[in-house]
Every structure is written in structure tokens, then in C-alpha cells.
Design a protein around this ligand. Sequence first.
Ligand SMILES: Nc1ncnc2c1ncn2[C@@H]1O[C@H](COP(=O)(O)OP(=O)(O)O)[C@@H](O)[C@H]1O
Ligand SMILES: [Mg+2]
Length: 228
Amino acid sequence: MQKIIVLNSKGGCGKTTIATNIASYYAQQGMKTALMDYDPQGSSTRWLSLRPKEKETIFGVQASSQPGSTQTRAFQLRLPPGTERVVIDAPAGITGQDLVNFVCQVDIILIPVLPSPIDIHAATGFIKDLLLVGKIRNHGVRVAVLANRVRENTLVYQSLKKFLNSLKLPLIASLRDTQHYVQAAERGIGVHELWIKRAEQDLLQWQHILAWLEDSRAELIARQRHVP
Ligand SMILES: Nc1ncnc2c1ncn2[C@@H]1O[C@H](COP(=O)(O)OP(=O)(O)O)[C@@H](O)[C@H]1O
Ligand SMILES: [Mg+2]
């Protein structure tokens, strides 16, 4: 099982968009996929409720609310046996112990960043926190950043690249700003399920993310084999 969290302390950078697109891609590929919504705003739960019946099922977990009196937290968070991919949609503003708790339970952290000066500034602070507080490298979690809603190769974007280079974190992809994401979100699907010729450009951009996720999985399996 591979657990992927889409994380950034800032709202509106594309966490739900990335999480729902990854989940729908894996489901469409025939993998048993779960989507855990830790955000009280419930955007990915809503997306799941819009998902057409004929599309591959994604198991949804509403993880932001506390369980009712007849349920335990473990029961609330249970996944169907044989789940192959778990995608976690995180809320904005996670810091401190909450951040550590998330980091400890995942294999991969994806951080979407908008290429604006304000967002990059906030993201650099968040990433420093994550590396420090989350002790990522001790947990063997792989971290990558992706630029979202990119309009052009701006100077701002270059400064994000430079910062990530200094931390040896990869910038694995840039997703362009397009209504395709908005249209897909309204229909409970991902861009991989949109049959629009123009979305081909977006699928090409997604190839970088999917290839990196696959690499990370292969590396994790190799590492687990080497554990005595
Ligand atoms: N690449 C993109 N192109 C166009 N709109 C986007 C893109 N990514 C996200 N959006 C839109 O931006 C808004 C915020 O994205 P969302 O995924 O909800 O962010 P978050 O979960 O981090 O708050 C949403 O309306 C979403 O449809
Ligand atoms: Mg969200």
C-alpha cells in the first residue's frame, strides 16, 4: 500500500485538486483506492459525492470529524482490505504535533505551491518547518514540490526552483492554470477521465508526477527488502 499526502499550510494552492486527481487516476487504472479527507471544509468528500456511478469507485473516509459515540477513531479511519493507494487531502494550517502525526503515517508528501511571491514565501517557511519539525529524513518519507496554476516561466518560479535546490528537494512538475481542473472537479472526476482533446497537454504534465510516484514506490519496496 502506498500512502500519499498532499500538504501545504496554505489554503487554495491546489491540495484538493491534486489529491482528487491522483485518486481518480489510480482508481481508473484499476487500483483499489481510498481518499481520506482531513479537511473540515470537506471539499474532497463533496467531490466524491459528485462522482458518477459508472466511474471506478473510490473509498472515501471523512477523517476530519471526530467519530460518534458508537464508533472508535480506528473504525472511522478503517480502509477496505487490499487497499493499494491511499490519498490524503490535508487541511490548511497544519503545524506542530499535527504535522508530525501526518508525516509519521505516510510514504510520500506532495506539496503544491502557487508561483506567486506570497505563496512561495509561505511555502518556504512551511517546508523548513516540515523538514525540521517533521524530521522527514529520519522517517524515510519522500517529499516533492509541484508548482500549480503556472501561467508562464516567470522569475518567481525561478526563485522557487533555487530555494528547493538548496534543500535538495525536487520540483517534480508544473501544472498549468486551466479550467479543465475546475470542470473535472464539478463532475467528480479527474483530468485523466476528461475526454477533451485539449486536456492532452495536462496529461503530459501529469506524467511527471505519476512517474515520480512510481519511482518512489519502487524505491520504498527496494528499501523494505533490505531491512533485515
Ligand atoms: N491548475 C489549476 N488550474 C485552474 N484552477 C485550479 C488549478 N488548481 C486548482 N484550481 C482551483 O483553485 C481553487 C483552489 O484549489 P483547491 O484544490 O481547492 O486548493 P486547496 O485544497 O489547497 O485549498 C479551486 O477552485 C480549484 O478548482
Ligand atoms: Mg482543499
